[in-house]
Write a protein that binds this ligand. Structure first.
Ligand SMILES: [Zn+2]
Length: 411
């Protein structure tokens, strides 16, 4: 199928040429066909993989099976005489340096890169099946590439931070992610969600970097605010819209929906309509996909006063984050609070009362209009990464994947 010269040229195994080829057809439709390519060195001169100097003295040679990218339907296995040279400069035997194969690796550099690219898009198990290599090989390659790729952030321009927590391993343990929200760069990921857990992040910043932080956006139900105040003297805490609205959905809308459904226990049809309306009520109106959904929502709200009230107050609450003037925002809040308290709807009144002490951090958004979708976006992306790498035992690897997914837009 191939002649040795063509394959040598196409192969790009610098310093080596094809000595011979063997085709091994796979059996059945699941069997993978193999192309074995035996390589031989073109020259006696080698480069030391430690110091880069040249040498002609071979210490020993070991035949290695190295995987390369597939050719058409053939899995490619290279048989490479791996030479160790005697280096007079650094003393001792060292592997020959090859630009297409890293020392002690069993796959070529281009296959490593291909595996790394695919590992960003699909579960490791599928990548392993696609290239016919082991799951652990895929993981080791992806991890090594991520370690090279994920760089320490440039702290000089960083004035804003965002913090969020997410569940590790089925929700038993938690981790914290810290981001730069303007350039969407993940700066730090660590296990835990307590003050102590995030302290190493602040301790890693020098005094100038800590003083430079103007605002930190976060969920209001965390201990992060105290830690920010302790380390960043110029930072204001800003509470994030996404979390407040999610909390409102859980504590107010869900509760009122269940209460109303229970109240209507004798009217089976009405009860069913309310019970199945969770999605409609929590979704943004502009995200409803069909006219039918919009009509269903409107009918539901028209028929039920309590649901109508909590729905309208949800929309009004969101407006707080649109203001750029703290005075106007405060007036809106006061009106909102009064309507909530006069509604007579217990979950809504409780929510309003609990939200009140956080008002400063909500109004701070007027001065630091950080885009609240950043935390939500990162939160969702983390869930996808977790799903793709199910069976994640290696937290370090998981965190590297999160950091690599948000390298920062300005890079
Ligand atoms: Zn050397």
């Amino acid at each position: 199928m191939f002649d040795k010269r063509t394959l040598t040229e196409l192969g790009g195994w610098t310093g080596y040429r094809v000595a011979d080829l063997e085709y091994r057809p796979g059996e059945g439709w699941t069997g993978r066909s193999k192309l074995l390519i035996r390589l031989e060195p073109r020259s006696k001169t080698m480069r030391c993989s430690r110091c880069g100097r040249k040498s002609r003295s071979v210490h020993d040679t070991t035949m290695r099976r190295i995987r390369d990218l597939p050719i058409l339907d053939w899995d490619v296995v290279l048989l490479v005489p791996r030479r160790r040279l005697w280096c007079s400069h650094c003393g001792g035997p060292h592997l020959e340096a090859l630009d297409w194969l890293s020392p002690h690796r069993r796959v070529t550099r281009r296959l490593e890169e291909a595996i790394g690219r695919l590992s960003r898009m699909m579960p490791l198990k599928q990548v392993a099946a696609f290239y016919g290599v082991g799951w652990h090989t895929v993981k080791a390659i992806d991890k090594a590439l991520l370690q090279q790729e994920v760089l320490e952030p440039d702290w000089r321009g960083i004035e804003y931070l965002g913090m969020d927590e997410f569940a590790l391993h089925k929700g038993h343990r938690y981790a914290t992610v810290i981001v730069e929200p303007l350039r969407r760069q993940v700066l730090w990921v660590g296990e835990g969600r307590s003050r102590e857990a995030i302290r190493p992040f602040f301790e890693g910043l020098d005094e100038a970097a800590r003083r430079r932080i103007k605002a930190v956006v976060m969920d209001m139900n965390t201990a992060f605010d105290l830690e920010v105040q302790a380390y960043c003297p110029n930072a204001e805490v800003v509470y994030d819209l996404f979390h407040v609205v999610a909390k409102y959905g859980r504590e107010v809308i869900d509760r009122v929906r269940v209460d109303e459904a229970n109240r209507l226990c004798q009217d089976k049809r009405a009860r069913k309509v309310i019970k199945s309306a969770r999605w409609l009520l929590l979704r943004n109106r502009e995200n409803l996909k069909t006219a039918e959904q919009t009509i269903r929502l409107d009918e539901l709200l028209a028929a039920n006063r309590a649901l109508m009230t909590v729905y309208v107050l949800k929309e009004d609450l969101k407006c707080l984050w649109r203001y750029r003037h703290a005075g106007y925002a405060k007036r809106l809040w006061e009106g909102w609070y009064q309507r909530a308290m006069e509604s007579g709807i217990t979950p809504l009144m409780q929510f309003a009362r609990r939200l009140k002490p956080y008002l400063q951090g909500i109004l701070a958004h007027c001065r630091h209009p950080l885009h609240t979708s950043v935390l939500e976006g990162i939160n969702n992306r983390i869930k996808v990464i977790k799903r793709m790498a199910y069976g994640f035992r290696d937290t370090e690897y998981f965190f590297l994947k999160i950091r690599a997914a948000f390298p920062g837009d300005l890079r």
